[in-house]
Design a protein around this ligand. Structure first.
Ligand code: AMP
Length: 320
């Protein structure tokens, strides 16, 4: 049986080079030997104050970017078009305790004790559990930041099965080999993130070559000079290390590079070359919105088919 890969990305900002190297590229590679189900998690982008117009635009941009990044052999869907996600989330809330939700790091950091916190920021871990359990993946690869969510997903599935009957497959948590982790060019000790308020150190996938050049040329380095200055040294040279790793991940090489100016030029060229075909495909797809809609409609239909028996079994078991 082919294994199933599942991944949902939240449209909470413009995708970055970090998303490309750390998520989209491995997602594309997985298509060779797995049944890949990938989604745009629009419901998850509503746990904090949001603007409906912006949400819709970001959802469309992300949906188009996933296709432009080569995920054209996957089942692609937008989460809200598959109502089973929200429906199963409610059933799972019925086996989740407030104690468990109080312990979730995101809620502790962003919402606890703040009167205006949306209830959805509190309950979204149940939605995330539904996102996973509906598709019965045998394994869920998670980075450290997502581990707590998948552990909760397992706990909820086990509890549901124990209380109401065997409905859910319990996913195994697997830790992928440390992948590319792209750091912010202005603050190389923190991740290049799509929700960053300041984008000076964040390369977005749709940045023009000029913008890429400007951001890379202003990247933080250090005051080393000499023929050994351009090298990987995570502890002492985080900025230069990040640039070198970006260069290598984009198919470049440090051979012959001795100055930071030369390094930055090589990084700019490699990143621009990496983004160019993706941006070209994005422009073509954006001009053909009917095609993108068709792909997502077909994907949502398949996702609904995959999810339906799991939701039906859960409903029957719990007494609906
Ligand atoms: P996020 O943008 O944080 O919601 O993450 C979406 C996906 O992109 C996850 O698989 C992350 O691991 C990956 N990702 C996000 N930022 C980076 C980054 N700076 N470097 C590598 N992978 C990243």
């Amino acid at each position: 049986m082919t294994s199933r890969h599942l991944s949902l990305l939240k449209p909470s900002g413009h995708l970055t080079l970090g998303n490309l190297l750390g998520a989209l590229r491995p997602m594309a590679a997985a298509q060779d030997d797995a049944d890949c189900v990938y989604g745009v998690a629009d419901l998850h982008a509503m746990t904090i104050t949001h603007d409906p117009v912006v949400l819709r635009a970001r959802t469309a941009e992300l949906a188009t970017l996933l296709l432009a990044a080569g995920l054209d052999r996957s089942t692609l869907f937008v989460q809200s078009r598959v109502p089973a996600h929200a429906q199963l989330a409610y059933l799972l809330e019925c086996v989740t305790t407030t104690g468990e939700l109080n312990r979730m790091i995101q809620f502790k950091e962003k919402g606890r004790g703040v009167g205006s916190t949306r209830a959805s920021l509190y309950t979204y871990p149940a939605l995330m559990a539904a996102d996973i359990l509906l598709y019965r993946p045998a394994r869920v690869p998670v980075g450290d930041d997502q581990r707590q969510h998948v552990e909760l997903t397992r706990d909820l599935a086990l509890r549901f099965n124990r209380m109401y009957g065997e409905v859910f497959t319990i996913p195994e948590i697997v830790t992928p080999a440390a992948g590319a982790r792209v750091m912010d060019l202005q603050d190389p000790t923190s991740k290049m993130g799509k929700s960053a308020a300041d984008t000076a150190g964040v390369i977005q996938l749709l940045d023009s070559p000029d913008v890429v050049r400007r951001k890379v040329s202003r990247a933080v380095t250090d005051s080393d000079t000499g023929s050994e200055a351009v090298r990987i040294d995570q502890d002492r040279k985080p900025g230069v290390t990040n640039l070198v790793e970006i260069l290598l991940a984009c198919g470049g090489s440090t051979a012959g590079l001795t100055t930071y100016g030369a390094l930055k030029k090589a990084v700019t060229d490699a990143v621009v070359a990496e983004l160019e075909p993706l941006q070209q495909r994005y422009a073509d797809l954006a001009a053909d919105a009917a095609y993108v809609s068709q792909v997502y409609a077909t994907g949502a239909a398949r996702a609904r088919e995959l999810a339906a028996p799991v939701l039906a079994a859960a409903e029957a078991a719990i007494g609906l």
